[in-house]
Design a protein around this ligand. Sequence first.
Ligand SMILES: *[C@@H]1O[C@H](CO)[C@@H](O)[C@H](O)[C@H]1NC(C)=O
Ligand SMILES: *[C@@H]1O[C@H](CO)[C@@H](O)[C@H](O)[C@H]1NC(C)=O
Ligand SMILES: *[C@@H]1O[C@H](CO)[C@@H](O)[C@H](O)[C@H]1NC(C)=O
Length: 201
Amino acid sequence: MMEYQKKTRKGSYLRSLVPLLFMFIIFICLLLFLSLSLPDVSLVKHSKETYRRLVTRKNSMEEGLGELGELMVSMLPDDLPFTVFVPSEDAFERIVQLRANISLDEDKRNNTVAILSRLMGFSAIPQHLPSIMVPMLKEISFDSVSGYTLYAWKASNGTLIVNNVRSEQVDVRKGETIVHVMDGVIMDAEFKQSFETDDED
Ligand SMILES: *[C@@H]1O[C@H](CO)[C@@H](O)[C@H](O)[C@H]1NC(C)=O
Ligand SMILES: *[C@@H]1O[C@H](CO)[C@@H](O)[C@H](O)[C@H]1NC(C)=O
Ligand SMILES: *[C@@H]1O[C@H](CO)[C@@H](O)[C@H](O)[C@H]1NC(C)=O
């Protein structure tokens, strides 16, 4: 301590500053190195955790999946990897005039089940497609179970979009099946037409 004070009093500030400066530079380099390498690691870990939390949380809720959606999903084997884009309750009613409390009545049930199985053919793919696997602003295509082509992408706000239908809730797990609840019904033009003419009855 005395040594140091004597030295500084003598005016050799510069010489005593050199080691300090050197250590300071090393310190900065270390910080830079850490800041370059750390966020990468924590980001990956973070997104994995978020994904796991998302999937497990939604697994226990299943609130977006109405009775019709449940029935549609139950047509798939739950021990094989499938992904299905299921219409929301509102979309079922709005677009194909199906409502759980009416369409599942005994006299209408067979007809409803026939419609649901057609819709399932259009909107299920035989693989896992969690929403994080869908790229942002870039379309990827899949063949559905019945051979209908599906185009999936993510809008800049993160919303999953399939054949121009946007998702309402994603990554619901039912066994090995991943369910995305959609604000619309995915089907080909011909099948769609059959509902449009029904409208005029
Ligand atoms: C079916 O449910 C809707 C709301 O979910 C309700 O408005 C309607 O009255 C119900 N219809 C019948 C026949 O229960
Ligand atoms: C529905 O289908 C089952 C089995 O195919 C049949 O036994 C039943 O009579 C059908 N119900 C109606 C209302 O058509
Ligand atoms: C996100 O973007 C899509 C496509 O542009 C749009 O349809 C949707 O309403 C948006 N969602 C939200 C929550 O802003």
